[in-house]
Design a protein around this ligand. Structure first.
Ligand SMILES: Nc1nc2c(ncn2[C@@H]2O[C@H](COP(=O)(O)OP(=O)(O)OP(=O)(O)O)[C@@H](O)[C@H]2O)c(=O)[nH]1
Ligand SMILES: [Mg+2]
Length: 372
């Protein structure tokens, strides 16, 4: 067998020589410049050197709002809605699992009447045939959507999505709510969004109680490229609103957004002051404000109903902004709030950056809650 060994060794040596020669012959990285004139060559060479010196930066990954919503609602999903799966571990929905479903719906802050109606339907349907997890989720999706849709249809999207071709008229949006609900941040996000759509925006800093509140808004406006109208600390808030709208009309701005100081809905004098701030705008435009939006912190749950009733009584709200849905397992309460208040959610906020706000879309919202 010696000859076989010699042949194998010979083949190994030939292959090693072949690989070695390949490495030696490998061309160096070169740039071919199609000129033989020195003067023409220089700028091209400089371009190449510049390009090589530029570090490769990974392109910024855009995260769609749908994904942000899904991420933001993950707490609500994992602590509440995701538990639906456990109810379908057996072959059929039993009385016990229906009781657990009822509990789950309450823990999601769905209102009593809605839960009762839903459970009634579940019982009826469960008799006709068994739900699978999938068919139950479809049923739940349709049920919850049915509760919100008639109200959500009232949203005038033209107010939130800038339409260049529409009649040029300043749209006035007044933003109100209890302390810390997220008004100023939402206005910052909204101004950024509208500026991104090519709209011109004037923001009125009507929260004259705290200088820090005005500075916070200024940072957002500077970043967004929105004009901010501000007054001295302690100035009359309705005066600031008036001045902001005057400036917006003079500039022929597309939007005038008014930030107001947070207040408890139970403080009558503060609520009256808000009504004054609203009414004064009519002197400049009898149709203003076109939108009065109440900002609701998702964690507020059922108390949001009381807040909204009071703000609605004083101002005649046109819609809601549901914020901080990223931090609360109660974010599912949007269904109840919309249904009971008969006020649509215009925007939903799921974080603190400008990209974390978008127009509320029922399908996206329910999918984010119910899909695994
Ligand atoms: N996680 C999270 N935080 C938010 C969101 N919106 C606002 N915040 C935070 O909530 C806090 C209060 O927000 P502000 O915008 O100052 O609330 P406000 O309603 O203007 O407060 P006052 O003017 O004091 O009544 C800030 O720390 C914001 O960054 C959101 O959607 N998600
Ligand atoms: Mg504020």
């Amino acid at each position: 067998m010696d000859w076989l060994y010699i042949i194998v060794q010979g083949l190994v040596i030939i292959y090693a020589i072949y690989v070695f020669r390949k490495i030696l012959k490998r061309p160096k990285k070169t740039h071919v410049i199609s000129t033989d004139k020195d003067d023409e060559l220089k700028p091209q060479l400089q371009e190449i050197l510049k390009a090589e010196a530029t570090p490769v930066v990974a392109p910024k990954k855009e995260i769609s709002f749908k994904d942000r919503l899904k991420l933001g609602l993950s707490r609500s999903r994992s602590e509440v809605w995701g538990k639906l799966t456990n109810l379908f571990s057996g072959p059929a929905l039993t009385e016990d699992t229906i009781d657990s479903l009822e509990e789950l719906l309450y823990s999601a802050d769905i209102g009593t009447a809605t839960v009762a109606e839903l459970i009634e339907e579940v019982k009826k349907k469960a008799k006709d045939g068994n739900f699978t997890e999938e068919s139950f989720k479809t049923f739940l999706f349709d049920f919850l959507k049915g509760k919100m849709e008639p109200v959500q249809e009232k949203v005038d999207h033209s107010l939130y999505q800038f339409d260049k071709s529409a009649e040029k008229k300043t749209k006035v949006i007044m933003v109100v709510g209890v302390n810390g609900a997220g008004k100023t941040t939402t206005i910052g996000k909204l101004a950024t969004k509208l500026r991104g759509q090519g709209a011109s925006v004037v923001v009125g800093a009507c929260d004259t109680f705290r200088a820090a509140a005005v500075d916070q808004l200024q940072v957002w406006c500077d970043r967004a490229g929105a004009t901010m109208i501000r007054a001295k600390e302690g100035a009359n808030p309705s005066g600031v609103g008036y001045d902001a709208l005057q400036a917006a009309i003079n500039q022929n701005a597309d939007y005038c957004i008014l930030d107001t100081a947070g207040r408890l809905h139970t403080k009558e004098n503060l609520m009256d002051e808000l009504a004054k701030s609203k009414n004064v705008l009519a002197k400049l435009d009898p149709t203003a404000p076109h939108q009065i939006l109440l900002v609701i912190d998702a964690i507020t749950g059922q108390n949001a109903l009381r807040q909204a009733e009071e703000f609605h009584k004083t101002l005649g709200l046109t819609g809601l902004i549901f914020t901080k849905c990223d931090g609360s397992s109660k974010a599912g309460s949007a269904v109840t709030i919309v249904e009971q208040l008969k006020l649509p959610i215009a925007y939903i906020g799921v974080g603190e950056t400008a990209e974390d706000l978008d127009v509320f879309n029922i399908d996206d919202y329910l999918h984010a809650l119910l899909d695994n």
